[in-house]
Write a protein that binds this ligand. Structure first.
Ligand SMILES: [Zn+2]
Ligand SMILES: [Zn+2]
Length: 296
């Protein structure tokens, strides 16, 4: 090997090391009755339901995190393998760990629209600027068209579909006896929500989804949001109030015939900025989504 080749090899291994994605730490919260929330704060929150029927996992985060998620669930399930997975919707930070668990025997289920959309993704269907079609173990094999009920590990899990909300294939799950809801990305707790207009999402549907969750929840219900900390009904109500007021403020300017640039300049989301703005969905991006939704 020439010196130049050695130098290149060294440079390349340095780059590879720098780009290797390290798995983040998994934070486990015991919600009682064998139900746990697993969070890493870099991808969608996960729920695990353990018991003698087997482990059920809701959402799988991403491929490089899946082994750490598996380790965390095994720590609370006595080393059992995940038997059943439900994806709340199609986004990469909720489905890209699927293959890892499918290879270990898990059956993957999701709303009926998710499988086709993962095979033929539209813009931003999976996380990242260049969505790749998925195949094999990544794909759900059980389609849930509307909703339903699963009795597992002594829990009654009521599955709800909210059409045209965060996407057109959002499922949320209510564990009735444990009084726990997994909201999927119908709840971004304490931050502006992402509403995926390119995959069937709508602002009114997002609000309707949150209203359905708030309606099913009691004052003590623990709500696992797609993103953000473990939440309660009051957090859902706060998010509904913000999104409704933000929608109306932008729609009013759009109805006056203002262009998106003019609406951005008017900064109608200023009252919400300090509390709800975050890295991924800034006030500017939220305004653009609300404007596009109001004018299409
Ligand atoms: Zn998400
Ligand atoms: Zn999402």
């Amino acid at each position: 090997m020439t010196l130049r080749a050695l130098a290149l090899a060294a440079a390349f291994s340095f780059i590879s090391a720098a780009h290797a994605q390290e798995a983040p730490e998994v934070e486990t919260t015991d919600l009682g009755d064998g139900v746990y929330m697993l969070a890493t704060h870099v991808a969608g929150n996960v729920a695990v339901i353990t018991g003698e029927d087997g482990v059920w996992m809701i959402d799988t985060q991403m491929a490089h995190i899946a082994p750490a998620l598996d380790e965390a669930q095994k720590a609370v399930s006595g080393g059992a393998e995940v038997r059943l997975v439900l994806n709340t919707h199609l986004h990469g930070d909720h489905v890209l760990g699927n293959e890892y668990f499918a290879e270990r025997g898990a059956l993957i289920m999701a709303h009926t629209s998710v499988r086709d959309r993962l095979k033929n993704p539209s813009a931003n269907a999976v996380t990242g600027a260049t969505p790749e079609p998925l195949s094999g173990g990544f794909l759900p094999v059980i389609g849930i068209p509307g909703g339903g009920e699963i009795i597992l590990n002594g829990h009654t899990a009521r599955i709800h579909h909210t059409p045209d909300a965060h996407t057109d294939g959002d499922l949320w799950v209510h564990f009735e006896e444990a009084d726990v809801i997994h909201a999927g990305d119908l709840l971004f707790s304490g931050m502006y929500p992402f509403i995926d207009l390119d995959n069937g999402g709508t602002v009114d549907g997002m609000i309707a989804g949150m209203q359905a969750i708030a309606g099913a929840a009691g004052p003590d219900t623990r709500i696992i949001p797609g993103h953000g900390p473990l939440s309660a009904r009051e957090d859902v109500l706060a998010s509904i109030a913000m999104l409704t007021a933000a929608r109306d403020a932008v729609a009013e300017l759009a109805a006056q015939g203002l262009s998106l640039d003019e609406v951005q300049a008017a900064n109608p989301l200023a009252p919400f900025h300090d509390e709800w703005n975050w890295r991924f969905i800034t006030s500017e991006r939220m305004t653009a989504t609300l404007y596009r939704d109001a004018t299409r």
